[in-house]
Ligand binder design. Structure first.
Ligand code: G3H
Ligand code: ZN
Length: 280
């Protein structure tokens, strides 16, 4: 069933598990993520970035489909707006029934990030939504890999107090949209942030992080683990293979179906990686 993001994340935090938060572009992504989570028997977060909304031209068609897929799921599924920079889009997500938003003012200076984020928090909390924000920009959003940024633990604690956010995305060495899984995370910094910041921590750009380092990030205190690029890679590899195997193939189900199935299997595998009880 559709479940509040706060609920899903809080349960994982208290159990010492990571929550997989996987990005949706097409309907098939949402179906693959939920099928993979059902096979794992684990709650999951479906998230839609402002970028993906732009691709569709508006929020309602794909956002409504995500909510419908979540409602029909056999495991708890949260629906989240990812990397929103537009207050207007946040408002639309509230209206549509999303459970949470990530408001990304990380490119702004500290004071303006605090001010804008705090306003979004008031609006979302009024409507019962959970809010994630980012401090210390995680690189790669513009296609440039900049794993150098780091979030300062004291500043992070002050930011959470000043804005009232429910979760914080932090820069600890990952970078968005990496095609290789060789990012070096700063585990000491993750532990320091966990000790200082009173809300769950979010790892962005997790596609670039190897399995064992994802598990270690969870052990050191990361809770919401955002993965997009890696699953698109798995999806697209299967689509490419299906198309290459039959040059006369035209029915889109014949290649999107294998993409969806491959992505579902990878979601199941990743969810086990994020659960220290499974990995050991
Ligand atoms: O917000 C989404 C994530 O940070 C995804 O990043 O595409 O590098 O996995 P990724
Ligand atoms: Zn991100």
């Amino acid at each position: 069933p559709l479940t509040g993001t706060g609920d899903v994340v809080a349960k994982a935090l208290s159990a010492g598990r990571g929550v997989g938060a996987f990005n949706v572009i097409q309907l098939e992504h949402a179906q693959a993520i939920v099928a993979g989570a059902e096979a794992a028997g684990t709650p999951v977060v479906l998230q839609l970035s402002e970028n993906a909304v732009r691709y569709h031209g508006s929020l309602a068609p794909i956002g409504g489909a995500m909510l419908a897929v979540a409602e029909a799921a056999e495991v708890p599924v949260a629906v989240h707006l990812d990397h929103a920079t537009s207050v207007e889009l946040v408002e639309q997500a509230v209206e549509l029934g999303f459970g949470s938003v990530m408001f990304d003012a990380s490119v702004l200076d500290y004071e303006r990030n605090v001010r804008t984020t705090a306003e979004v928090v008031v609006r979302c909390h009024d409507a019962g939504l959970w809010v994630e924000a980012e401090l210390g920009e995680v690189g790669g959003k513009d296609g440039v890999h900049a794993p150098g940024a780091r979030t300062d633990p004291a500043e992070a604690a002050a930011f959470v107090a000043a804005t009232g956010v429910d979760a914080l995305a932090v820069a600890v060495g990952s970078s968005h949209a990496m095609l290789t899984r060789d990012a070096a995370l700063d585990f000491g910094l993750i532990a320091a942030l966990r000790a200082t910041v009173p809300v769950p921590l979010v790892l962005h750009g997790s596609s670039g992080v190897a399995d064992e380092h994802l598990a270690e990030a969870v052990r050191h205190g990361m809770t919401k683990i955002n993965i997009a690029t890696h699953l698109n890679q798995v999806f697209s590899t299967a689509v490419r293979a299906a198309l290459a195997a039959d040059p006369r193939l035209v029915d889109t189900r014949r290649y999107l179906g294998p993409g969806r199935a491959a992505m579902a299997a990878e979601v199941t595998r990743l969810l086990a990686v994020l659960d220290p009880a499974v990995v050991g």
